[in-house]
Write a protein that binds this ligand. Structure first.
Ligand SMILES: [Ca+2]
Length: 105
């Protein structure tokens, strides 16, 4: 485990004038504190999440998007999964090739 002094030191380097410290890419240190992707925005880490996930309130971790809360995403039943979702059909129906619509058998 890194100690905090080395983490702080790694965020800065000596600038060209040899007097002031410059911020190094914040994503290079501990991934900017991000659980998934990190992008440096104006020298600050901006965390982003893969498709199907969204940033949590802490702006660092990623949590699941509950697609089933979006109206009309499945024509009949919807089951939320981590990072995705699955549409299901009532008895007597089968799922179409779009994986969203149900058709009577
Ligand atoms: Ca989901």
């Amino acid at each position: 485990m890194k100690n905090s002094a080395s983490v702080v030191a790694a965020r800065y380097r000596l600038g060209r004038d040899s007097r002031r410290c410059e911020v190094v890419d914040p994503c290079q240190v501990d991934n900017g504190g991000c659980q998934h992707r990190c992008e440096a925005m104006d020298r600050r880490p901006q965390c982003t999440c893969p498709e199907g996930l969204k940033l949590a309130d802490d702006q660092r971790n990623c949590i699941d998007v509950d697609e089933c809360q979006m109206p009309g995403i499945c024509s009949q039943q919807c089951r939320n999964t981590w990072g995705s979702y699955t549409c299901l059909c009532n008895t007597g129906y089968q799922l179409g090739t779009d994986h969203k619509s149900c058709y009577s058998k």
